[in-house]
Design a protein around this ligand. Sequence first.
Ligand code: PMP
Length: 404
Amino acid sequence: MTFDILFNEQLDKLKDDGNYRVFAQLERHTGKFPQASEHGQDEARDVTIWCSNDYLGMGHHPDVIAAMTRTAESCGTGAGGTRNISGNAIHHLALENELADLHGKESALLFTSGYVSNWAALSTLGARLPNAVILSDEGNHASMIEGIRHSKAQKVIWKHNDVEDLDRKLAALPANTTKIVAFESVYSMDGDICPMREIIEVAEKHGAMTYLDEVHAVGMYGPRGGGISEREGLADRITLIEGTLGKAYGVVGGYITGSEALCDFIRSFASGFIFTTALPPAVAAAAQTSIKHLKTSDVERKGQQAQVAQLRHKLDRAGIPHLMNKSHIIPVMIKDPVKTRMIADYLMEQYGIYVQPINYPTVPKGTERLRFTPGPCHTDADIDHLVNALSTLWKQCAVSHAVA
Ligand code: PMP
């Protein structure tokens, strides 16, 4: 008996709706990032990656590669168990100390990804704190939404970045609730940044905990890469800061930081921490090297900021509409799923430019886009090539010039 008919029914629906995901088949080459080979065709072709979350190219930094290689050679590949059962390596502890220091917190706790860290921490807080209510920004990432859902705590959604709405919703809650305000610093699809100070002030006024996802900001903002909370001098007023090691730090893994008691609580009760194999020590060593490097080096951050500014300027000059924000994420709005995919395909086939189309359900219908993330490794020539290609395709595909 085959069950494939059940799977295919739903897959066919995705395909009919234009929402079926096709992955580029990439082979990255050490030291050449953002150039890569794409193997989707009969013959591999050279492409420039324009949508990577290895935002600063740290996945190719010689010191990070050396730390990973050295540690794998000296300690083996896997951790060999959960943190509790034989998998706790000195490299994990060193990395947790590094992360606590990065955010000026007492303690930190590692997870196998940023997704797992959000899911595990929020499900544990929501399930175990007395009368917990989680107030979640409506733009929050799937990992936070799933964690909140799994906690079975009461959930209140507040309008995206709307502090007055948050204030009203906090005020309406009974005094005996444990209130947790969950939000992000940089939102990945629009690239907008939250009004962090105002959110903290409102949360403090109502005695609420703050849970901040800095996944798209760590490494890139703040004098030591501690994120927007470091840049704004607000980290000490946030209860829990969550981040990833897989984007600006160029490796993989996730973490939370906070007080010693908070991290011990999550360590002791979160199934997503307890019952899974720990990160390989080589990964932990590489991530620590990357964090250490970005604590003192501004070269990558400055390089990124320069290329972001240059791409924005050249898009403006070419009349290509993009969302204005104050982050490193440049969403070019196409607002049509078929054209978005078509332009992404043409960019790849005709120009060797790889950008993944972003369609519903990742973004609301009618806001389909190409999301560019320039980094310090993109050259001025890469930027010119991209803008020239977009200008040509804009005319060919008759895309609207309106942004909103
Ligand atoms: N939070 C946000 C806001 C994200 O965008 C993502 C992933 N893109 C995650 C968490 C999950 O992080 P990771 O990729 O390390 O699992």
